[in-house]
Design a protein around this ligand. Structure first.
Ligand SMILES: Cc1ncc(COP(=O)(O)O)c(C=O)c1O
Length: 440
């Protein structure tokens, strides 16, 4: 590949979550990918330490997925999603239910994580209403949470930069504290020991608003995009107990933790806690075609299935819900995961990944290292007065040295494809070690 594949004028694309002016002065472009590697516009190989954006769990351009998409595009490109069906959407829903925790059935399809979040929140509100509990309109999220970028998601989300520009958001939302505690938990391997009592903050919020006003609580089992915040043992169990006791739905946003990231099919499996609603996307189609899936308990579904049969039970859906090509991509992705044992492979590699990451303890600027399954984070001390700059410098240097990492604030996040081998982990960690020594 050569530079000729890159247009001269980059101005027309306002890039998402990107420093546009900085990027366009020195663009970083990928033009191809295979398995663990990207190819840059100038022909370099870059090791994917982040599975794209936490989504390419089976690695890049996998033959089964490529072929499925090609065949589907030629056979049935689109079918109306409302009042019509096509077989692959039903088949995919069945396959998702097969690998999901017991009791989560059926599935609503969306096109992304953000849409899955909105869908889950709407199901929760509508469910309370059809059950005769229409006063339950409040939603509880958590500080530092990332639930996508739509209005519901940023309302229950807890990242200030994603919220502050956008008005008053949804009303009737409250937030639990996050569980990150560097003073007590820095350099924890796996689950951090301290902080289970933070789950009891939910009781305090319930006391303030009264349970009869609260529809649902939404959390990421492991908060990803905000910088890999791992809950202490017992924390999610406690949230489950409290929500159950008060008739509040528990929603797990598994957009990152779903499809094998923690070494189990879902975070719910890792923690042994089954939510009422599970939000997924990303790894569902290996990131190849936009698609999300929201799993709801049979109890929730069944509550809507009353009244005359000719009436639509839930007034919600997208033009592309269960799109044929996305469904084909999803089926081929789940088959690839199954053929290669990828939904549990992370568990085998996690100890090696953990040891490799924690070998960076003591390197300059490193104030925390944390890990779970095949997710890890290295938190750097911020440059005084210039937060994010140090980690971003690491990101650019890593890219130049052939490794793709992700940074958020001054945290480096790692989430390699689940096909990663030990030598790739070594390359990622040794590249970072070299870079940490050179950072300002
Ligand atoms: C937990 C979580 N929820 C929702 C989203 C939003 O997904 P999307 O970018 O596909 O809309 C993300 C994306 O990173 C996520 O990590």
């Amino acid at each position: 590949m050569s530079n000729r594949t890159v247009p001269n004028d980059l101005s027309a694309f306002w890039m998402p979550f990107t420093a546009n002016r900085q990027f366009k002065k020195a663009p970083r472009m990928f033009v191809a990918a295979k398995d663990m590697y990207y190819t840059t516009a100038d022909g370099r190989q870059v090791l994917d330490g982040t599975a794209g954006l936490w989504c390419v769990n089976a690695g890049h351009c996998r033959p089964k997925i490529v072929e499925a998409i090609q065949n589907q595009a030629a056979e049935l490109d689109y079918a109306p999603a409302f009042q019509m069906g096509h077989p692959k959407a039903f088949e995919l829903a069945n396959r998702i239910v097969d690998i999901a925790p017991e009791g989560l059935n059926p599935v609503l399809f969306t096109n992304a994580g953000s849409e899955s979040v909105e869908t889950a929140l709407k199901v929760a509100l509508a469910y309370q209403r059809v059950k005769g509990e229409g006063a339950r309109t409040r939603l509880i999220g958590r500080e530092r949470a990332y639930h996508g970028v739509n209005f519901g998601g940023i309302s229950v989300g807890g990242i200030v930069t994603n919220r502050k520009m956008f008005g008053t958001l949804l009303t009737g939302v409250d937030h639990m504290p996050h569980t990150h505690n560097l003073a007590k938990n820095a350099f924890s391997k796996g689950l951090p020991q301290h902080g289970v009592e933070l789950a009891d903050e939910l009781e305090r919020i319930i006391t303030l608003h009264d349970a009869s006003t609260i529809a649902a609580v939404i959390v990421e089992p492991v908060a990803g995009s905000t910088g890999v915040l791992i809950p202490p043992p017992g924390y999610l169990q406690r949230l489950r107990e409290i929500t159950k006791k008060h008739g509040i739905l528990l929603i797990f946003d598994e957009v990152i933790t779903g499809y094998g990231r923690l070494g189990t099919p879902f975070g719910a499996d890792y923690f042994g806690v089954t939510p009422d609603i599970m939000v997924t996307a990303k790894g569902l189609t290996n990131g190849v075609i936009p698609m999300g899936a929201v799993l709801v308990s049979s109890e929730i579904h069944d509550a809507f299935m009353t009244g005359p049969e000719h009436v639509i039970e839930f007034f919600h859906g997208y033009t592309y819900s269960g799109n044929p090509i996305a469904s084909a991509a999803g089926l081929a992705t789940l088959e690839t995961y199954k053929d290669e044992g990828l939904l549990t492979r992370g568990a085998e590699l996690a100890p090696y990944f953990e040891q490799a990451l924690h070998s960076l303890k003591g390197e300059r600027h490193v104030i925390d290292i944390r890990n779970i399954g095949l997710v890890g984070a290295i938190e750097l001390e911020a440059i005084p007065g210039a937060p994010t700059k140090r980690a971003f410098a690491a990101f650019v240097k890593a890219f130049e040295q052939g490794v793709l990492i992700r940074t958020t604030g001054d945290i480096i996040a790692l989430s390699p494809p689940l096909i990663v081998e030990k030598q790739h982990i070594d390359t990622i960690v040794e590249t970072l070690r070299g870079i940490l020594k050179t950072l300002e």
